[in-house]
Design a protein around this ligand. Structure first.
Ligand code: HEM
Length: 217
């Protein structure tokens, strides 16, 4: 009995890890790239980016089945992992220990940020068709408020730091990087990927404020 409970825990933990990379992490990378198109202006963004995605077949299945549910599972199970937190990481070196706490704090921060972000974009767009029709203008006016801009900047960098470190620890969990040298090499790769995604995301946030409003570039 106890072994079936720990097997279930093992499988759920593996599922949590897998979903964090695919589809949640993959969606994060796509989402940041998609938003970096803001620099081409309102017409391009509303018609070519938002409009093209809104026209996809099976969109509700993609949004709920491939994005919302995997993210919700990862977040709920992540909160359970934090609640049941064990002390053994304290035995690790300074960097590992710091990254362990960063992963947990960023996870909690992301729950708050993602709820706010989805509320003020996807849910607001469902409730008010004018917002959905001009998401560029909606984001531009929201981000013109420096408090909202700072909140997005923090949420963005929390997400990329959490994903980059999560990718490195997932490779360990799945036995893909076993030696210390392989973990260090992949760690550098993940750091580079995180910085790249952070720069793409920051560029996207700034694009909303600096791009032309009326026409595409
Ligand atoms: C942008 C959204 C997110 C992405 C891309 C993401 C991705 C990841 C990845 C790839 C891992 C590594 C899994 C492993 O080590 O095997 C991870 C771990 C983790 N995630 Fe997330 N995650 C996101 C949001 C969240 C949220 C909202 C929470 C809520 C608390 C959370 C909590 C955790 C926790 C606690 C871990 C560490 C698990 C452990 O050390 O065993 N994540 N995440």
């Amino acid at each position: 009995m106890s072994s079936s409970i720990s097997n279930r825990h093992f499988l759920l933990r593996r599922l949590h890890s897998l979903l964090g990379v695919v589809p949640v992490g993959a969606f994060l990378a796509f989402h940041l790239w998609e938003n970096s198109q803001s620099r081409f202006g309102a017409a391009h963004f509303n018609e070519e980016v938002v409009g093209a995605l809104a026209g996809l077949n099976y969109l509700p299945f993609i949004e709920i089945g491939l994005i919302a549910l995997p993210l919700a599972f990862h977040a709920f199970y992540g909160l359970a992992i934090i609640r049941d937190g064990r002390a053994e990481p304290m035995r690790y070196g300074y960097l590992r220990n710091w990254l362990y706490w960063m992963q947990r704090l960023s996870g909690i921060g992301l729950v708050v940020f993602i709820l706010l972000h989805v509320g003020m974009t996807r849910i607001a767009g469902l409730l008010d068709p004018a917002i959905h029709a001009d998401l560029f203008g909606h984001m531009r006016s929201a981000l013109s408020n420096s408090l909202v801009f700072d909140l997005y900047l923090i949420g963005l960098w929390l997400a990329v730091a959490h994903f980059a470190n999560g990718l490195a620890t997932a490779a360990i969990s799945w036995g893909l990087t076993t030696s210390a040298a392989a973990q260090a090499r992949f760690g550098w790769f993940c750091l580079g990927l995180g910085l790249l995604l952070g720069v793409i995301g920051t560029h996207g946030l700034l694009g909303y404020l600096s791009a032309p409003v009326g026409t595409g570039a």
